[in-house]
Structures are given as C-alpha cells and as structure tokens.
Write a protein that binds this ligand. Structure first.
Ligand SMILES: [Zn+2]
Length: 152
C-alpha cells in the first residue's frame, strides 16, 4: 500500500480518530479508505445506469457568500440541457437555498453533483435521484445522498 500525506482540518481529523475509536477501526487510515470507497461507489448503481433519471439537488449557503450564487448560475448555464428548472429561495435572514431539478443520465447527474460539491463555501449539498422511465407499483426507487460543503 502507498503511504500518502493528505491535508485536512484538525477538527475533521479529531472526528475521524473518534469515529475509528468508537467503531472499532484499526485507525484513521482504515476510516479514510472506507470513506473513499463509499464516495467512489456512490454513483455506480447498476439499477440506475442507462436509464432516464431525474434528480433534485439542493445547496445551502450564506447570504453574504455571493461567490456561491455566482457559481450556481454558471453551473446552470454550463449544464443547460441537464437542468430542467432552478429555484432560488431565501431561508431566514442569513441563508440562501438553490434548488435544481435535473433530467438526464446517471453520469451527467453525478458530474453536476460533483461540481456543486466542489464549490467553496457551501454549507450543505443534498440530492436525490429517481428513475422516470418506468412508473407503476414499486417501479420508483430513489437514492438519497448528502454531504457537507467545503469551507468551514
Ligand atoms: Zn438568496
């Protein structure tokens, strides 16, 4: 196995160590390896491949962080064919929420979610994916994912 050095905030490292301790992992390396595998496998869902899908993506950020809003607007234009609709809402005095409705393939949705997650200074990024090519009892299964943004 290769030994790599990764920079991360002290607070995250402490949480990893605590998690390793509480869940019986041998150490932080094992936690990081498993987390990486989960992230990489997240969009490798055979049930959803080669199907028409829709997805809802929500992004929460601080009202003062105008760079996020700008980035969201760019993403919307960059992925014009994928973004079916887009909605901006003010949540309380301090927050903004951007909601995207996407229609496309798993690969395109995964690319879009990845770019949203890579945006600096977001607070949370959530999404759910569901197939729209088949309706009927039990035909719709949805997958949910969420994550915290970069920044704090
Ligand atoms: Zn706003």
């Amino acid at each position: 196995m290769a030994v790599v050095s990764v920079s991360m905030p002290e607070e995250l490292l402490n949480r990893i160590d605590e998690f390793a301790d509480e869940h019986g992992y041998t150490g932080r390396s094992e936690v990081v390896r498993e987390a990486s595998r989960n992230l990489l496998g997240e969009f490798e869902d055979a049930k959803l491949e080669d199907r028409d899908l829709m997805a809802i993506v929500t992004v929460l950020f601080n009202y003062e962080t105008t760079s996020v809003e700008e980035r969201m607007m760019h993403l919307r234009h960059e992925h014009e064919r994928l973004v079916a609709s887009n909605f901006h809402s003010h949540v309380g005095p301090h927050y903004c929420m951007e909601l995207f409705v996407l229609e496309g393939s798993l690969a395109d949705i995964s690319t879009f979610v990845g770019k949203v997650r890579a945006t600096k200074d977001t607070l949370t990024v959530d999404y759910s994916v569901m197939p729209v090519d088949e309706f009927g009892p039990g035909a719709i299964e949805s997958d949910h994912g969420h994550g915290h943004g970069h920044g704090n």
